[in-house]
Design a protein around this ligand. Structure first.
Ligand code: UD1
Ligand code: CA
Length: 454
């Protein structure tokens, strides 16, 4: 039986923030969320999360009931944090211990660490080689390659400081041996903390064997302690995401000038132009061109769309739609296929039917616009009366003249026409034409029939 313990107590002073370190945003998610997800993917028999009691609410919001929560009242060190979890380990054989600030160590790597844990061994330390071992704990080995201790940079001798194999902050222990060792931890070190790393030395003194499992993690931040580490981790995760997308057949014209969060999905032969920001659960179909300079958040886009210098949030765009430049689409708007939303058009909480065009300088809010409608330049839905929002309905094939104001609630019937500058206060019957301020019906001249334009 294997249990996992995530160490998420502590203060995170090096972040220089009034906000808890593990909840800083890393590509749209809190740092700790990555670690929790990676651990959950291992399907261990029990998952334990050691947290500061004052952050209980925050942790439970993202960890839900997937974890047993254990409190560490005072941040006395990583060893003390693990000690808090001990009562929860009764009846288990092996424990995987992981620092909560290590979002870049994947479930695959943890799996490798677990697999390297063999009979006759009391502990395994996940290590990596760093050309510049910086502030990380150094792995001290004997001639047989056993780990005899881990020495923190602040406690290391000049010779120990030269060691390039460092502790990544993930370990496997035999719980039987851990129970004997954990009470022997002390805080006689430079930081006056109980170090989880001291367990290695204690186990050795008990005649037990500890080894390291070396992975190639490269020279990026193993643990996020500072804003610089956060930026380095962001860079690394972005690189990984871009590489994955390119492998899947997406063209990213300038990866170093593009921001794509980990959960974004993009179809084959779509091109992402520079300075685009794709966030949250955004899903993009095949053969689209996105950008330059486009911001998409929690938005789904069909196939063969062209979205250009625009902002779209929490909305749905069907296939073959053209958006931009400089459009703003938001709040569950739905733009149906073959339609076009042009420059300086804002669409909020509205449905735009197929083959409909709103190409210039409009506000369409709380509206239901049918198919093959032309929304003239400067059309405004006056959806707000100062107290509540009201709906505008424009039926299929209507022609809304330039600079029309549609005072909601209102309905413009099928094939109806509004003249340029009309202020429409009353419903317009299908097939009729209204003009003026306030708009009134006029007789439609034959040549106006079915008028459509750009
Ligand atoms: C730790 C290791 C170091 C290793 C590095 C890898 C120790 C003593 N040192 O150093 O060898 O190279 O990680 O990144 O463990 N925490 C608690 N309670 C506490 C203190 C910390 O739960 O009282 C948690 C923190 O939330 C954090 C993790 O433990 O997620 C690691 O603590 P941190 O202080 O960042 O350790 P490092 O100094 O980075
Ligand atoms: Ca750390």
């Amino acid at each position: 039986m294997i249990a996992g313990v995530i160490l998420a107590g502590g203060k995170g002073v090096r972040m220089n923030s009034s906000f808890p370190k593990l909840f800083h945003n890393l590509l749209g998610k809190p740092i700790i969320k990555y670690v929790l997800d990676n651990i959950l993917r291992l399907n261990l028999d029990k998952n334990i999360l050691v947290i500061p009691p004052q952050e209980e609410g925050r942790f439970k919001e993202i960890g839900k009931d997937n974890f047993v929560y254990v409190f560490q009242e005072d941040p006395l060190g990583t060893g003390d944090a693990l000690r808090r979890a001990m009562p929860e380990l009764d009846g288990f054989d092996t424990v995987l211990v992981v620092n909560g600030d290590a979002p870049l160590i994947t479930d695959k790597i943890f799996k490798g660490l677990l697999d390297s844990f063999k009979n006759g061994i009391s502990g395994v330390v996940l290590s990596t080689i760093l050309e510049d071992p910086m502030h990380y704990g150094r792995i001290v080995k004997d001639k047989e390659e056993n780990v005899i201790k881990i020495v923190e940079a602040k406690d290391a001798t000049p010779e120990e400081k030269l060691i390039k194999e460092v502790n990544t902050g993930a370990y496997c222990f035999s719980i039987e041996d851990l129970k004997l060792a954990i009470d022997k931890l002390d805080n006689n070190n430079a930081q006056r903390e109980y170090y989880v790393t001291q367990l290695v030395e204690i186990l050795n003194s008990m005649g037990k064997r500890v080894i390291s499992y070396q992975t190639d993690l490269g020279s990026f931040a193993l643990g996020i302690n500072s804003r610089l580490d956060l930026a380095l981790a962001t860079k690394r995760l972005l690189e990984e995401k871009m590489e994955e997308l390119m492998d899947e057949g997406v063209t990213i014209v300038s990866p170093e000038n593009t921001y794509i969060e980990p959960d974004v999905k993009i179809g084959r032969d779509t091109v992402i132009e520079p300075f685009s920001v794709l966030k949250g659960n955004t899903v993009i179909g095949e053969r689209c061109t996105i950008g330059p300079s486009t911001y998409l958040s929690n938005t789904s886009i069909g196939d063969d769309c062209e979205i250009f210098y625009s902002v779209i949030k929490n909305s749905k765009i069907d296939s073959n739609v053209r958006v931009g430049p400089f459009a703003h689409i938001r709040d569950e708007a739905h733009i149906k296929s073959y339609s076009a939303i042009g420059d300086f058009v804002e669409v909020k909480k509205s449905t735009i039917g197929s083959y409909t065009k709103a190409l210039h300088l409009s506000y369409l809010g709380d509206a239901e616009i049918g198919e093959r409608v032309n929304i003239g330049a400067g059309t405004i839905t006056c959806n707000y009366d100062g107290k509540t929002k009201h709906k505008t309905i424009v039926e299929d094939e209507a022609f809304i003249g330039s600079h029309t104001c549609l005072r909601a609630p209102i309905r413009v019937g099928k094939g109806a026409i509004t003249g340029a500058g009309a202020v429409v206060l009353k419903d317009v019957a299908p097939g009729t034409t209204v003009v003026g301020v306030p708009a009134h019906p006029i007789e439609r001249k034959p040549k106006e029939e079915g008028g459509k334009g750009e």
